[in-house]
Design a binder for this molecule. Structure first.
Ligand SMILES: Cc1cc2nc3c(=O)[nH]c(=O)nc-3n(C[C@H](O)[C@H](O)[C@H](O)COP(=O)(O)OP(=O)(O)OC[C@H]3O[C@@H](n4cnc5c(N)ncnc54)[C@H](O)[C@@H]3O)c2cc1C
Length: 516
């Protein structure tokens, strides 16, 4: 049997139950993170077999789901790309189809595609300490059939938002609007907007992408925002990266550019945290230069919060400002009173006429999909757990997940997480143990998972796990510190316990509490 073949095993004592397919590692999700994590397992722990369960019919997650006009990255591909696979296209800020191609090519290159089970939506996962394994139940989205697998380790790469549901505030009078209402997450296959009046509600990365793109052919596009967001313009191509690629081997050039961008990003983030007033002034001065003379920058481009209290919006090649200068797009800052047949009526009485309204109002955050977890028959609510090294949960054995940075590219962290997972698995082998359990230490102060003030983060506060006030429970949002913690620090840190099959997770928790 080759190392990737499942081992059929009897599922417990009931002989009437069908044999389960057993895998060493089961990944949930075949997006950027799932494909990356599978690569790390193949490379770092090559003897292990695995399967990827994917609810949709395609690889790529976010980059396959979103189809709105202009869909692109808002961070550079030298850091959003994998550490192990150079991004070789000219554009650093890439369009969605190119990113999707990159993820697909990576999966093909490492022979993963055959190991992905599409249309398998994972619904529940039950851990047994006696057997030291998860039983994972998925529903086939085509036949509704329930399918079960068992695995030694479960790694969730399910992203951070709900694929089926979005944040869509109840605007009064919505049904009275005569035109078309679209949410960017569910963009229709055909939507002709040429010559049409469009209002895009929102001021985040999605709105800032859609507005200049639609403005190319629409009659006029208004970006309607309740309050402004920080924007920063950068060229979509990285001159240094493209030069380096000409004179150096692709991998070397990619590595240099990746580190350049990591360090620059860390520098600007830290500067914004240390000297917010100065950075705010600089950002707004830069914008003023790109907007028409006398433009009301105070109202439309000056947020009330500090830079990096929310994610900065990237405007590649100043496209948003070009469309404003050309009169093809404009910004209105105000509050919606109601939708009406002709468009949107604002609280100040102004009417924004529209044929199409795009509600770029945001995602619905969801961690670990909506999978129901139990540990030795006890339901576990992940929102009550403390994060361990930003990738496992207190008192939940052999479960990890990929979650990227809020202040840098997602993949930087997802890559480190994938690498650390293989270190943990290899450590289990080395110590002859089967269970890795982050045991909650007494006296650790709980801190919110994310410190962003963005609406989507605040709305999700109650469903997110907490981080702790100190190592290894603290979430750094810093690539260099995470590299030390996940790549170089010993996996034996006195907090995570490596236990033999049969050591019940609950007993370990009780022992911890007693010690407290
Ligand atoms: C429009 C948009 C633009 C973005 N741009 C950037 C950017 O420029 N830079 C950046 O760093 N980040 C960006 N992000 C964040 C982005 O989501 C990540 O960069 C990255 O794509 C996440 O990859 P992922 O594989 O972890 O999750 P996803 O891309 O969300 O993929 C998750 C996969 O898991 C599957 N799945 C989920 N639950 C289950 C389940 N229960 N059972 C089976 N399968 C399941 C989904 O179907 C999906 O295929 C952006 C996000 C959006 C929405």
């Amino acid at each position: 049997m080759d190392s990737q073949s499942p081992s059929p095993e009897a599922s417990g004592s009931d002989p009437r139950e069908p044999a389960l397919e057993h895998y060493d590692v089961l990944f949930v999700g075949a997006g950027l993170s799932g494909v990356g994590a599978a690569y790390h397992l193949q490379k770092g722990s090559p003897g292990r077999n695995y399967v990827i369960l994917e609810g949709r019919e395609a690889i790529g997650g976010t980059w396959d789901l979103f189809r709105y006009p202009g869909i692109r990255s808002d961070s550079d591909m030298y850091t959003l790309g994998y550490s192990f696979r150079p991004w070789e296209e000219a554009k650093a800020i890439a369009d969605g189809p190119s990113i999707l191609r990159y993820v697909n090519d990576t999966a093909d290159h490492y022979d993963q595609s055959a190991l992905i089970r599409f249309r398998h939506q994972v619904k529940r996962a039950d851990w047994s300490s006696a057997e030291a394994r998860w039983i994972v139940e998925a529903e086939r989205t085509d036949t509704k059939e329930k399918v079960r697998f068992s695995c030694d380790w479960l790694h969730m790469c399910s992203g951070y938002y709900n694929y089926k549901d979005v944040y869509d505030p109840e605007f009064e009078g919505r049904d009275s609007f005569r035109g078309t209402i679209v949410h960017p997450q569910f963009w229709p296959e055909v939507l002709d907007y040429s010559g049409k009046k469009v209002v895009v509600i929102g001021s985040g990365a999605t709105a800032v992408t859609i507005v200049p793109e639609m403005a190319r052919t629409a009659g006029h596009v208004v970006m309607l925002q309740r309050s402004p967001t920080y924007m920063v313009s950068r060229p979509s191509e990285d001159g240094i990266a493209n030069f380096l690629r000409k004179v150096l081997p692709s991998k070397v050039a990619y590595g240099i550019t990746r580190w350049k961008n990591v360090l620059l990003q860390m520098f600007f983030f830290n500067l914004a945290r240390k000297r917010p007033a100065k950075v705010k002034e600089k950002l707004i001065d830069e914008l003023r230069k790109m907007l028409p003379e006398g433009y009301d920058v105070g109202t439309h481009f000056t947020p009330s919060y500090n830079p990096w209290d929310q994610r900065l919006c990237l405007v590649p090649d100043a496209d948003m400002f070009e469309s404003i200068k050309a009169g093809r797009a404009s910004i209105v800052t105000g509050k919606i009173d109601r939708f009406c047949p002709e468009g949107i009526r604002l609280e100040n009485g102004e009417l924004l006429e529209a044929d199409i309204i795009v509600t770029a109002t945001g995602l619905k955050v969801q961690l670990l999909s909506d999978v129901a977890f139990t540990v030795d028959d006890e339901p576990r609510n992940i929102s009550e757990a403390l994060l361990y090294r930003g990738m496992m949960f207190s008192e939940v054995p052999n479960l990890s997940y990929s979650f990227g940075y809020t202040n840098a590219s997602w993949t930087l962290k997802a890559d480190l997480t994938g690498g650390y997972l293989t270190r943990l698995l290899n450590h289990l082998d080395k110590t002859g143990t089967q269970i890795a359990l982050p045991a909650r230490e007494p006296g650790i102060e709980e801190v919110p998972f994310l410190d962003f003030t963005s609406g989507y983060v605040q709305r999700a506060r109650d469903i997110l796990p907490k981080q702790g006030s100190k190592k290894p429970w603290k979430l750094y949002q810093n690539y260099a510190l995470d590299m030390l913690s996940l790549k170089f620090a010993s996996v034996e840190d006195g907090v995570i316990r490596f236990l033999p099959r049969g050591a019940p997770a609950a007993a370990e928790r009780d022992r911890t509490l007693e010690a407290a």
